[in-house]
Write a protein that binds this ligand. Structure first.
Ligand code: C5P
Length: 404
């Protein structure tokens, strides 16, 4: 059972940490809450005591033996601080250890996630942003706040990310950690440059509406992490705004046209290119410059095809480059994927049947068939998306080692 320390600091959003705690416990996580003394003025410890896996601790002196700051820090698979105040970020960035939470943060080698929440002026202050920059550079995952209503009726950026979203990121990081722990460390992509695309593109209709698809970007992000863990330098071109491991260079995009420009530029000279993104096949032929009004009647939406980026990459790929495509299918999965493999000129196609339970879009799990231009086929039964990513790179590494 994964062990998570849930740090709660003194912000009005502290009550939302109760929901986060419940979601993690429901997902089978052992949650040890560390609620700072000042945070207990915002949220009652009795609530956490009832929901969490062990009683709340606030002080370095709650337990005499074993010493709690090392026990919690050392046992944790992950520490998440939600909400994280500006003060906590400053003390963590500065290496303070004068209360149980900061001491736990210093005493852990686990993944650390911070979820800032504060007023917009504080959030935008250069001191806060500099502290976040320091923490990010040390590998801390930051789940940024959202825009919305803040304490005191103010409106703006600084509202704690939704507990459901935080729980999703935490569970994904735990799944990644478990998948990595089960694998022997191999650096078989060291010195290689890998480019991965991820997520569903968004094709605007007018300034407020767009056409998109069900892709979450999770498989593409898992591919980027797996390549990075195997020693590659990774560029991730993504429509998803999920926080990404700081070793990975992120290129945020929205539309098929953005994604095409980024991929064509980055693919030049790359050793491996993986198109996991769900690129729109059609987009509105023209984008209205102002919001279409329903009082003007139902608009005639004229669509035009988007360029096939993977096929373009197939035509212009450089010597020795390994090109991987994806095929999300609903019927005749392997036959259609094999046909795509040939038509798009790729080395590998990763096919999945998105109608199967727990497979594909927005799930943390996937089941795929990897088809190669060399005729070899690998079946990967239902497993985590990181494990699927490693199965893909196992095939890629074989191709890099034995160029045609
Ligand atoms: O033809 P289909 O969309 O099923 O092919 C899927 C593969 O092609 C994926 O790797 C996807 O990233 C890529 N693709 C693309 N450009 C498009 C459509 C799909 O690169 N316009």
């Amino acid at each position: 059972m994964p062990f998570v320390v849930l740090g709660v600091t003194a912000g009005i959003a502290a009550y939302k940490a109760v929901d986060l705690c419940r979601r993690l416990v429901d997902a089978g996580v052992h949650v040890a809450p560390v609620v700072t003394e000042r945070a207990t003025r915002f949220v009652g410890t009795a609530t956490f005591d009832a929901l969490a896996s062990e009683p709340v601790q606030s002080s370095l002196w709650d337990e005499v033996s074993p010493i709690p700051h090392t026990r919690l820090g050392q046992s944790a698979d992950l520490v998440v601080v939600a909400p994280a105040t500006a003060d906590l970020l400053a003390r963590f960035a500065g290496g303070h250890a004068d209360d149980l939470l900061t001491a736990t943060l210093l005493a852990t080698r686990a993944t650390v996630v911070v979820c800032p929440a504060m007023h917009t002026e504080m959030w935008e202050h250069p001191a806060v942003q500099a502290n976040l920059g320091t923490l990010r550079s040390r590998g801390v995952v930051v789940i940024p706040p959202e825009d919305g209503r803040l304490a005191g009726g103010d409106q703006g950026s600084g509202r704690l990310a939704e507990p459901a979203h935080i729980a999703e990121v935490v569970l994904e990081l735990l799944a990644h950690r478990a998948a990595v722990a089960d694998r022997p460390v191999v650096s078989d992509l060291a010195g290689r440059r890998v480019v991965v695309s991820a997520g569903g593109t968004r094709e605007p209709i007018d300034p407020v509406r767009y056409l998109t698809n069900r892709s979450s970007g999770k498989q593409g992000h898992a591919l980027a992490l797996a390549a990075s863990d195997r020693g590659a330098t990774v560029d991730l071109v993504t429509t998803s705004r999920t926080p990404v491991d700081p070793r990975i260079r992120v290129h945020p995009v929205e539309t098929a046209a953005d994604l095409e420009a980024a991929m064509l530029a980055l693919a030049d000279g790359a050793d491996v290119v993986v198109m996991a993104a769900a690129v729109a096949d059609f987009r509105p032929a023209s984008v209205a410059s102002s919001k279409l009004r329903k009082t003007d009647g139902i608009p005639d939406l004229v669509l035009e095809p988007t360029p096939d980026i993977l096929a373009a990459l197939g035509r212009r790929r450089t010597e020795g480059q390994v090109l991987v495509g994806f095929a999300a299918e609903t019927e005749d999965v392997v036959r259609r994927a094999a046909e795509k493999l040939a038509r798009k000129g790729v080395d590998l196609i990763v096919a999945n049947d998105v109608t199967a339970p727990d497979v594909g879009f927005d799930h943390d799990t996937n089941a795929v068939t990897i088809l190669g231009a060399d005729g070899a086929t690998t079946e990967v039964a239902l497993t985590g998306k990181v494990a699927v990513a490693h199965a893909v790179f196992d095939r890629v590494v074989r191709l890099l080692a034995t160029p045609e």
